[in-house]
Ligand binder design. Structure first.
Ligand code: ZN
Ligand code: ZN
Length: 755
């Protein structure tokens, strides 16, 4: 007989790993122990004739679907005879060395149970098992055990306890286990008054009635409160827009069934997307039936696509099963502020927006919005737009080199904030934390950082911040560095973007040069100007700013990102002999801006503002009420343009092409073809510009980052233009927008690059 110690690292807690180990060990008549510790799962066992080899093979082959095995190490230990196979309770004796698990959507078995009359969990709104349910949003400390989560408030009834202790049960060691007898309670408040219900389901029924009759209800979900209303009821949605003071930004929808969604959208809704444990919001183009059935002008004004998620928690399934129609399901917050997750705050703030509030008494520790993804139409390329519930904080691809050990944190940018932590073993990227120019978002950023860094017991040796001197996140990083008596590393915004996409694609430590195309709205440049249309070459560990969109005056500074006439004026006044644009201004701003056009105070190379300017000339959008609004309308219009009528410029190089592009767009503006055609023509010109630039460098690896590449049509046109000649690299686990900055900062700091 020999004794062995098998140590498994990765995402192995909160995913049914110990029950799985117990099951295959007992099936093979192996004796030993399995334990969860802060550095993964440890198995010790006796092996008579080398059965341990077969055992390890089965672990690799049959591991639970939600688990991720990063590493299995096996060592022979001094002989110890075990009487049976046993699960040992967790111990917290070392710093955490395992991947924290995100929240998972309800699994198919749990969904079936709440719909089955004979099941003891029939209509139970908080049904979970080891394969599904909340994790990251309820965890207070590691390891992931019940007493370290907000489930600690609920004592299991004898039945639940029996399941919990039964090694062959699906709920064996399920830390979120509960049932109607011992579990989480709902309470419903209508106009501030508590409504009594005979059962939990009775309250859900009453909630459904409120929504059916045009009411708006705030429902406490997994990552926070969602505001819900009937997606067929235009008046209800308009009322929600009114109360939320959110005139245009699209609302997400939740559909009861995949089949109903399929009736409303043109692309195929795959099982893989609909039943994904991450359950993100996915963008779909509506078909004519969808357009006629939904109140689309209120759900997504000016657009004809919708963002849809499945009912990912049992409460949502029960509610939507009653209603049998899609609901608006948007983060319960005040516009610009983070999602509300605290019950007292919800009662105070959301009662102003909603007619009723459906609470439950399970505490949410870490708030998260819903994640958002889309696919490009032609090449079906997946583009992450927001990384949050279901995805955060896990990131599989680490941006730091193998031998790097210093604890490092990076604080990202400002508008779409997120931070990243390297704890010497794993990388974590926080969920999307909103626009940190708002005070409540700043508090939430701080709360999330304090929580996650405490969970990982990390105190940083190195700290990365953006080069921008006035970002909240820059100051936050400076304060933490000061506490440690150190200085933060300041990293240029677009180099961080470029480093992020290179790190995701293993391009930082290889020999070939890489061309980086980084297009976004704004970022502080090395020269103090506002960058945003950048071409870098990365070679031998050095970044070179190879070319950028020619500078133009940053008219009206921050107002330039809102009022689209300003970038239009700044970019096109050189062609505007008759003063068509400048004459749209009132006398006083006209004077100021005329001066700024001749003598720019600050200059910009922003690609984002170029989109805004073209959207203005195409008469698609005059004012951005939310970030990316003009770009969204421009892309939507372009998808309706005629590809056969596109003009291709015959320019020698990028400079000439850029000038000809502006000339052509101006000419179209004056000749007034359809907005769709201007929009599509612009997308073509831009893809051609990128191609010409890459030809000029002769570099055959091209990587793309920045918010502009959330544009699916542009991604498709670039792929068309480059055909298969070059290697193109895109973000994979991260969004191209500023959420990836912190990750890129980690990549740069850990290599000591000249960021
Ligand atoms: Zn389940
Ligand atoms: Zn129970």
């Amino acid at each position: 007989m020999t004794s062995w110690h098998i140590h498994i690292k990765g995402r192995v807690q909160g995913v049914g790993f110990r029950p799985f180990i117990y099951r295959i060990a007992t099936e093979n008549q192996l004796k030993g122990t399995v334990a969860n510790t802060t550095d993964g799962v440890h198995i010790k066992l006796n092996s008579l004739n080398g059965e341990w080899k077969q055992f390890v093979k089965r672990i690799r082959r049959e591991a639970p679907s939600l688990s991720i095995i990063e590493n299995i190490s096996i060592e022979k230990i001094s002989n110890k005879k075990f009487p049976d196979f046993r699960i040992i309770h967790s111990s917290k004796d070392q710093p955490a060395d395992l991947l924290i698990t995100p929240d998972f959507a309800i699994c198919k078995t749990c969904s079936a149970e709440i719909r089955s009359e004979n099941d003891s969990r029939h209509r139970y709104a908080f049904n979970t098992c080891t394969y599904c349910g909340p994790r990251y949003s309820i965890i207070k400390a590691l390891p992931y055990d019940r007493e370290n989560t907000s489930m600690d408030d609920f004592k299991m009834c004898p039945n639940c306890e029996t399941e919990y202790k039964n090694p062959v049960n699906r709920r064996f060691y399920s830390q979120t286990n509960s049932c109607p007898k011992c579990g989480i309670d709902l309470s419903l408040f209508v106009s501030g008054k508590k409504v009594e219900g005979t059962t939990q389901y009775d309250l859900i029924n009453k909630t459904a009635q409120l929504i059916r009759t045009g009411g708006i209800v705030a429902v406490k979900g997994i990552g926070g409160y969602l505001l819900m209303a009937d997606a067929y009821n235009q008046r209800a949605i308009d009322e929600l827009r009114n109360r939320k003071k959110r005139p245009y930004k699209p609302f997400a929808l939740m559909y009861p069934e995949k089949a109903l969604l399929q009736k409303h959208v043109s692309a195929e809704v795959s099982d893989r997307d609909w039943y994904a444990p991450e359950a993100p919001i996915i963008l779909y183009e509506l078909n004519p039936i969808g357009k006629n059935t939904l109140a689309i002008e209120s759900i997504a004004p000016g657009l004809d696509s919708i963002g849809v998620m499945p009912p990912y928690a049992p409460l949502f399934i029960l509610l939507l099963d009653i209603l049998q129609k899609p609901l608006v399901a948007t983060s319960g917050n005040l516009t610009g502020s983070p999602i509300i997750y605290d019950d007292a705050l919800a009662m105070e703030e959301l009662s102003k927006i909603s007619d009723a509030i459906l609470l439950n008494d399970r505490e949410i520790v870490l708030p998260q919005d819903d994640s958002v993804i889309r696919y490009s139409q032609k090449y079906h390329q997946k583009i992450l737009l927001r990384r949050s519930r279901g995805l955060a904080p896990t990131i599989y691809k680490s941006p730091v080199p193998k031998n790097y050990r210093s604890n490092t944190v990076a604080f990202g940018a400002s508008l779409k904030s997120a931070f990243a932590i390297w704890d010497g073993r794993h990388t974590y990227c926080s969920q999307f934390l909103g626009n940190t120019s708002h005070l409540l978002s700043q508090q939430n950023f701080e709360h999330t950082y304090n929580h996650l860094s405490a969970l990982l017991s990390i105190s940083p040796d190195k700290i990365g911040v953006d080069l921008h001197p006035d970002y909240f996140t820059t100051h936050f990083g400076e304060q933490i560095a000061e506490r440690n008596g150190s200085q933060p590393v300041r990293i240029q915004h677009h180099k961080a973007h470029f480093a992020a996409v290179m790190a995701e694609n293993d391009l930082l430590d290889q020999q070939d040069p890489v061309l980086g195309v980084v297009f976004d709205g704004t970022g502080y440049g090395d020269d103090g100007q506002i960058w945003g249309g950048e071409f870098f070459v990365y070679r031998d560990g050095e970044f070179e700013r190879y070319w950028h969109l020619p500078y133009y005056s940053n008219l009206g500074s921050d107002r330039m990102a809102k009022i689209n006439l300003l970038p239009a004026l700044s970019l096109f006044h050189q062609f505007d002999n008759r003063g068509l644009l400048i004459n749209e201004l009132e006398a006083l701003p006209k004077q100021i801006y005329q001066k700024q056009l001749i003598q720019p105070k600050i200059k910009t190379s922003s690609a984002g503002r170029l989109f805004d300017a073209v959207a203005y000339l195409a008469d698609l959008n005059h004012e951005n009420t939310f970030e990316g609004q003009a770009a969204m309308y421009l892309e939507r219009a372009a998808t309706k343009g005629q590809h056969a009528n596109i003009t291709r410029l015959k320019s020698q190089g990028p400079e000439e092409h850029y000038y000809q592009m502006l000339t052509h767009i101006w000419q179209m503006y004056k000749e007034k073809p359809t907005a769709n055609q201007i929009a599509l023509q612009f997308h073509y010109h831009l893809a051609d510009l990128i191609y010409l630039l890459s030809e000029k460098t002769g570099i055959d690896k091209v990587a793309f980052s920045g918010g502009v590449f959330q544009n699916g049509l542009l991604v498709d046109l670039i792929k068309d233009r480059f055909s298969k000649k070059l290697n193109l690299y895109w973000h994979k686990e991260l969004s191209p927008n500023d959420e990836n900055i912190a990750y890129g900062q980690l990549a740069i700091i850990s290599r000591n690059l000249n960021g």
